[in-house]
Design a protein around this ligand. Structure first.
Ligand SMILES: NC(=O)c1ccc[n+]([C@@H]2O[C@H](COP(=O)([O-])OP(=O)(O)OC[C@H]3O[C@@H](n4cnc5c(N)ncnc54)[C@H](O)[C@@H]3O)[C@@H](O)[C@H]2O)c1
Length: 287
């Protein structure tokens, strides 16, 4: 599939990432088919997109008249067969290998042969996913960052099977979204989580060992290293359960004890202190 032939993009999953991905494609002029399993998820995605567009209007990022145009480009559906007319597909369903494989197989059967399938997984092997589809050479990782409309980076991950053409088209497509694509080969955690998660883990160890409080660790990293957010505040934002899951992927993927998840993180997850989403993690949040 050539870049210019891509007009309609299907986004599978309308959750945190899916609504952001639909937003940025529609904002860049693409028609979007946003698919989820229930209408209520789609309604809430459109509500979120509308709110985020309002924020962009306020900030002067888009003109007021652009909001209805962007929204009109997003078609929502619970019917998977509607994705048959799409020219590019981004999968953003929950992080479960079995679920992703079954959706990618179902999508592969519906799509024209030349259509590229991309996954937004944060930790599953792109090579494994590619092997489970009917188009391994037209399969690629497209790792958007949260919140998608704001964050510039996209890690573009090459599976062992990804063709040069698929890779180049995807890189160029990211630029059309006014994002910065960075090429990464498939390896556990790619680059983002391989570098970020050990830092978060080490920060948690420092708290567990009584080296400093969470506030002190975060202050050192914010004021001393110029990070906009401390690692523990960031961990709360990502979700401590998600952090532990990703550390486990690194631990098993590399077979290296340096990725062993901090016992304090596991304990907090067991207690339901998952971070911002549960109202309490390293910090407390108003709900
Ligand atoms: N949340 C993040 O910060 C983040 C960042 C980068 C990548 N990711 C990755 O993005 C993916 C999605 O994560 P999320 O945080 O948006 O999850 P989420 O739970 O917010 O959203 C997933 C959506 O997929 C829907 N879904 C489930 N089965 C489906 C199906 N068969 N067809 C279509 N939709 C279906 C769910 O109803 C839900 O709305 C995961 O692979 C995750 O690892 C997440």
């Amino acid at each position: 599939m050539t870049l210019d032939a891509i007009r309609t993009v299907a986004v599978l999953g309308a959750g945190t990432m899916g609504n952001g991905i639909a937003h940025v494609f529609a904002r860049s002029g693409y028609n979007v088919i946003l698919r989820d399993v229930e209408t209520r998820f789609l309604d809430s995605a459109i509500e979120t997109i509308a709110k985020n567009l309002d924020r962009e209007v306020k900030k002067g990022k888009i003109a007021e008249g652009d909001k209805p145009k962007v929204l009109s480009r997003i078609h929502t559906t619970t019917d998977m067969s509607e994705i048959a007319r799409s020219d590019f597909v981004v999968e953003a369903v929950p992080e479960r290998l079995d679920l992703k494989l079954s959706i990618l197989r179902e999508a592969g059967k519906l799509l024209r042969p030349e259509v590229i399938l991309a996954s937004n997984t944060s930790s599953i092997s792109i090579t494994t996913l590619a092997a489970g589809t009917n188009r391994p050479d037209r399969f690629v990782g497209m790792h958007f960052m949260n919140p998608v409309p704001v964050m510039i980076l996209i890690e573009v991950i090459r599976a062992l099977q990804t063709s040069d053409e698929t890779f180049q088209t995807t890189m160029s497509l990211c630029e059309r979204l006014e994002k910065k694509p960075v090429a990464v080969n498939d390896a556990p955690g790619f680059v983002s989580n391989r570098v970020l998660m050990p830092m978060i883990n080490e920060a948690a160890f420092a708290v567990m060992e009584g080296v400093a409080t969470a506030e002190a660790v975060d202050t050192v990293m914010r004021l001393g290293m110029n990070h906009p957010m401390g690692p523990l505040e960031l961990a709360d934002f990502i979700g401590l359960d998600v952090c532990v899951d990703i550390l486990d992927v690194l631990y098993t993927g590399f077979g290296d004890s340096k990725y062993r998840a901090c016992p304090l993180l596991r304990k907090m997850v067991a207690a339901g202190r998952l971070g911002k989403k549960s109202g309490r993690g390293f910090y407390k949040y108003e709900r």
